[in-house]
Design a protein around this ligand. Structure first.
Ligand SMILES: [Fe+2]
Length: 434
C-alpha cells in the first residue's frame, strides 16, 4: 500500500523534506532543561508560561534547573488559552525589553505557539497578522534564525514542540489562523510525561482527540506526489502531503490512541496509558509537522470562529470557549466518511490501527468503520455528541462552511476535493452521532 500510495504523478513533487527538533523523551526530563539550554551557550533566557502554571511545580522545576545551570531567568506569563495576537505582541515586547538570548516555553500548545510567534515579532517587528498568508494576512516573509527555543509541553496533544507552526486567534477577525515557517521549529523539545500526571480527564480527552486527528489526517492526507512540484527547494510548505516519513510516525500514534486513549482519560492513575499518550502526541506532532493536516482541522476553525455562549468545565477561560481537540473531533467522523471515498484503503487501515471492529467489512465500508470507531471513542470518553453538543444547529451550517472555506491550503491537502456545499453537508452530518 505504502509505495503505491506515493506513485509518481506527471507534475507532482518527487521529494519531501523532514524537520524535527533535537528531542528528549522520558519521565523526569523536565529537570534537564537547564543543562540542555546551557549547551546552547546562553546566559539569560525568557521563560514563557501561562498564569495557571506560573506558581505551580512545573515552572518551579524548570526555573530551578535553569538557575542551577547558571542561567538567568525572566518570566512572562501573560498568555491566554488559545493565544491571541495581543498575547503575542505583549510577549514580543517583553522579549525586546528583557534582552534574552533564548526562549524556554513551559506549557501546552497555547504557550508554545505564542512563544514561537513572539520570536518572529522579536526579530522582524510588526503584528502577527502581517505574517499570515494572503488574503487574510500580509504574507510578510520570515527569515531565520530566530532565538533558540527550548519547548517543554505540559499536555499530551498539540505536538507543537515538534512543529514549525503557530496557531493564533486574531481578535479583530474573531478567528484563528496559522503562521508557518521552518524557522519556527523549536531547537530542542523536552517531553516529560510526568507533567501530565495531574491533568484532568477532560483535558486528556480533548488533547487526545487532537493527537488522534493529527495522526489520522496525516495518514489520509493527499500523497506528496500529488502536490505540485515547488520552483525553489526553500518554498516547500510544511503542508507537503502524506509521505513515507509522516506515515511512520502517524501509524504509531494511531496505534497508541487505539490502545490507550480510553484508559488514559478514564483512569488518572494509569501511568502507562498517559505516558504512551504523551509519546503519541509527540509522534503525531512530528507527523503533521511534516505533512500537514486537512479537513478536520480546517473545519475546526469555523467552529471556534462561530461558537457562542459555551464554556467547557475545567478550563478557566471566559465564554465562548471550546478546547481545540473538541472543535476538531466533533466533525471528524463525518469528514472521514466523506474522504474515505477517495482513498478507502488508507481509511480502513487507519480504522484498524485504532482497533476498530472490522469483522466482515469490505473496502466499501472504510468510511463507516472508521467513523464508527471514532464515535465509539468519543462516547467512551464523554465527548460532546457532535456539533449539537456544543451549541450548533442547522441554522449555523452555511456560516460554518463559509468560515472554514478560508483554510484553502489545508482543504487542498485532503484526499478528496470539496467545495462550500460539500463542507455544508459534512457539517450537517456532524450535528449528532448518537
Ligand atoms: Fe490540532
Amino acid at each position: 500500500m505504502g509505495c503505491q500510495y506515493f506513485a509518481p504523478t506527471p507534475d507532482g513533487a518527487d521529494s519531501f523534506t523532514v524537520a524535527m527538533p533535537r528531542l528528549t523523551v522520558g519521565r523526569g526530563t523536565l529537570s534537564e532543561v537547564g543543562a540542555r539550554t546551557a549547551a546552547l551557550s546562553v546566559r539569560r533566557v525568557a521563560l514563557f508560561t501561562d498564569p495557571y502554571l506560573l506558581d505551580g511545580p512545573l515552572v518551579a522545576i524548570a526555573r530551578k534547573s535553569l538557575e542551577d545551570a547558571g542561567i538567568e531567568v525572566v518570566v512572562f506569563s501573560d498568555i491566554r488559552v488559545e493565544p491571541d495576537d495581543e498575547s503575542v505582541s505583549r510577549g514580543a515586547a517583553f522579549l525586546r525589553d528583557a534582552r534574552c538570548e533564548a526562549m524556554v516555553s513551559v506549557g501546552g500548545g497555547s504557550v508554545i505557539d505564542a512563544a514561537k510567534a513572539a520570536l518572529v515579532l522579536h526579530r522582524h517587528g510588526g503584528n502577527p497578522i502581517d505574517y499570515f498568508a494572503a488574503p487574510v494576512g500580509g504574507g510578510q516573509a520570515i527569515t531565520g534564525p530566530l532565538l533558540p527555543h527550548v519547548a517543554c509541553p505540559t499536555t499530551s496533544g498539540t505536538g507543537s514542540e515538534c512543529t514549525s507552526i503557530s496557531v493564533l486567534r486574531i481578535t479583530s477577525l474573531n478567528t484563528k489562523f496559522v503562521i508557518a515557517h521552518p524557522c519556527l521549529l523549536p531547537t530542542i523539545a523536552i517531553v516529560d510525561p510526568q507533567v501530565c500526571d495531574s491533568l484532568p480527564a477532560n483535558a486528556v480527552a480533548s488533547t487526545g482527540f487532537d493527537l488522534c486527528c493529527h495522526a489520522l489526517e496525516c495518514y489520509t492526507a493527499r500523497a506528496y506526489t500529488q502536490h505540485a512540484k515547488v520552483a525553489s527547494p526553500n518554498a516547500r510548505q510544511y503542508i507537503q502531503g502524506a509521505n513515507p516519513f509522516s506515515d511512520i510516525a502517524a501509524v504509531e500514534a494511531l496505534k497508541i490512541v487505539g490502545e490507550y486513549l480510553e484508559r488514559g482519560v478514564n483512569d488518572a492513575t494509569d501511568t502507562q496509558a498517559r505516558d504512551q499518550l504523551m509519546w503519541g502526541a509527540t509522534l503525531a506532532g512530528i507527523a503533521f509537522g511534516n505533512s500537514g493536516t486537512h479537513l478536520p482541522h480546517a473545519m475546526s476553525y469555523g467552529v471556534t470562529h462561530l461558537m457562542s455562549d459555551i464554556t467547557t468545565e475545567g478550563y478557566p477561560v471566559k465564554t465562548p470557549f471550546v478546547p481545540h481537540g473538541i472543535s476538531v473531533i466533533v466533525n471528524a467522523p463525518s469528514i472521514m466518511a466523506y474522504t474515505a471515498q477517495a482513498t478507502p484503503e488508507r481509511h480502513l487501515e487507519g480504522a484498524r490501527y485504532l482497533l476498530a471492529d472490522d469483522k466482515g467489512a469490505t473496502i466499501d465500508d472504510a468510511g463507516e468503520v472508521l467513523a464508527n470507531r471514532m464515535v465509539q471513542l468519543m462516547k467512551a470518553t464523554d465527548m460532546p455528541n457532535g456539533l449539537s453538543g456544543i451549541g450548533f444547529d442547522e441554522s449555523h451550517i452555511q456560516a460554518l462552511a463559509s468560515s472554514s472555506m478560508r483554510q484553502g491550503r489545508a482543504i487542498a491537502n485532503a484526499p478528496r476535493d470539496s467545495n462550500q456545499v460539500d463542507l455544508e453537508n459534512m457539517y450537517r452530518n456532524a450535528l449528532s452521532y448518537w
